[in-house]
Design a binder for this molecule. Structure first.
Ligand SMILES: C[C@H](O)[C@H](O)[C@H]1CNC2=NC(N)=NC(=O)C2=N1
Length: 102
């Protein structure tokens, strides 16, 4: 349903996604949350979106740092679903006081 994006499509859309970078066939970001509880709430909000989208991130939680890796496994790379999920992660970050941390 969602095809692989071209290099140009990825680069152009990353311009609207502060804190996100391409790493091969994935999109990655790292966020810092104000507390461990806030980090867990950040992840919980994204979990609701991910189930609604039926599109799921890889997540690494290390105390107040949350690292996200997005790719569309069924296509073997980056699709519009990954871009959409990255935007939703940005919204959940704002709701929980989480900021990009490289
Ligand atoms: C059956 C179900 O729709 C698939 O397994 C979905 C679930 N979530 C998914 N998430 C991601 N990131 N990639 C997928 O290919 C994918 N497939």
């Amino acid at each position: 349903m969602s095809r692989l994006l071209t290099d140009e499509e990825i680069t152009r859309q990353l311009a609207d996604l502060p804190g996100w970078r391409r790493d091969g066939d994935t999109l990655r970001s790292s966020y810092s949350s104000p507390s461990f509880a806030a980090a867990i709430e950040f992840v919980r909000l994204v979990a609701v979106d991910a189930d609604q989208m039926d599109h799921h991130p890889d997540i690494e939680i290390s105390y107040t740092t949350v690292r996200w890796t997005l790719s569309t496994h069924s296509e073997g790379g980056i699709t519009q679903l990954d871009i959409e999920l990255a935007h939703r992660i940005g919204e959940a970050a704002e709701s929980t006081g989480s900021t990009t941390s490289g």
